[in-house]
Design a protein around this ligand. Structure first.
Ligand SMILES: [Zn+2]
Ligand SMILES: [Zn+2]
Ligand SMILES: [Zn+2]
Length: 255
């Protein structure tokens, strides 16, 4: 059995956005509080984190309060997806080995700049240690998880989505090339980004996300990377097709 815990479902600024008085940002429904996007995948004894959001410490304490993560898959180097890597220190210290990070070459280079203190020759005591693994489009295994990287376009930037068994996680997509769409056939569960209702240059809006879901026909789809303009969770839930739901922070999916 695979267990997916959605740690965050917000866009880069999170929801609520600092100082915003809109109905979503001022909602009292806990499902309208969207931390930045990350997810934990567990199968047998293998635990993998997808992206390390700036809210990672809070998210792990709330939804996965354990010191066991085998590896981190990174979709791309934008800060809302990597800024929390430093928060993995309690886990790195407990496991007594560098954390394995899987990402595209360009993303790994960016991490070496962002977390420069972890890649210096004379490591400062207490700095988190990372072991970097370059991924292309070839499948690879981490413990009992078989991971198929998916090439996704985020405006003109090539990034990665991931298929693991019959589950796939796609975020920050604006376009998925036809050959990659093929790799997303026959899914039980798809998590996919939907930023807002109006068209956006680098992220699917709601219509584009729904159109992609309709073409892929997964058993169930969950929306993530949602901005405040997308609306309240309860309103969205009512208007979406039967097999589509907005994800929310702390959502657990078992398959
Ligand atoms: Zn993002
Ligand atoms: Zn707002
Ligand atoms: Zn991005």
């Amino acid at each position: 059995m695979m267990r997916i815990t959605i740690l965050g479902t917000g866009s880069s600024q999170g929801v609520p956005i600092i100082g915003c008085q809109c109905p979503v940002c001022t909602s009292t429904d806990p499902k309208d509080k969207r931390l930045r996007p990350s997810a934990i995948i567990e199968k047998d004894d293998t635990v993998v984190l997808i992206d390390a959001s700036p809210d990672l410490r809070t998210q792990l304490i709330n939804y996965y309060n354990k010191r066991h993560i085998d590896a981190v898959l990174i979709t791309h180097e934008h800060r809302d997806h990597v800024a929390g890597l430093d928060d993995l220190r309690p886990i790195i210290f407990t496991q007594q080995k560098p954390m394995d990070i899987y990402a595209m070459d360009r993303t790994l280079d960016a991490l070496k700049c962002l977390f420069f203190y972890s890649f210096q020759e004379d490591l400062y005591p207490g700095a988190p240690q990372f072991s970097l693994h370059k991924i292309g489009l070839d499948a690879f295994d981490i413990g009992s998880l078989h991971i198929i990287p998916i090439k996704v376009m985020h405006y003109q930037m090539e990034i990665r989505g991931f298929r693991i068994d019959n589950f796939a996680y796609i975020t920050d997509a604006k376009y998925i090339p036809p050959g990659e769409m093929e790799k997303l056939q026959g899914l039980d569960v798809l998590v996919i980004n939907a930023l807002r209702r109006k068209i956006h240059y680098s992220h699917f809006n709601l219509d584009e996300a729904l159109e992609t879901i309709q073409r892929l026909r997964p058993g169930k789809a969950y929306l993530t990377h949602m901005g405040h303009y997308l609306g309240r969770h309860q309103d969205l839930l009512r208007e979406l097709p039967d097999n589509v739901e907005p994800a929310y922070d702390g959502l657990v999916i078992e398959l």
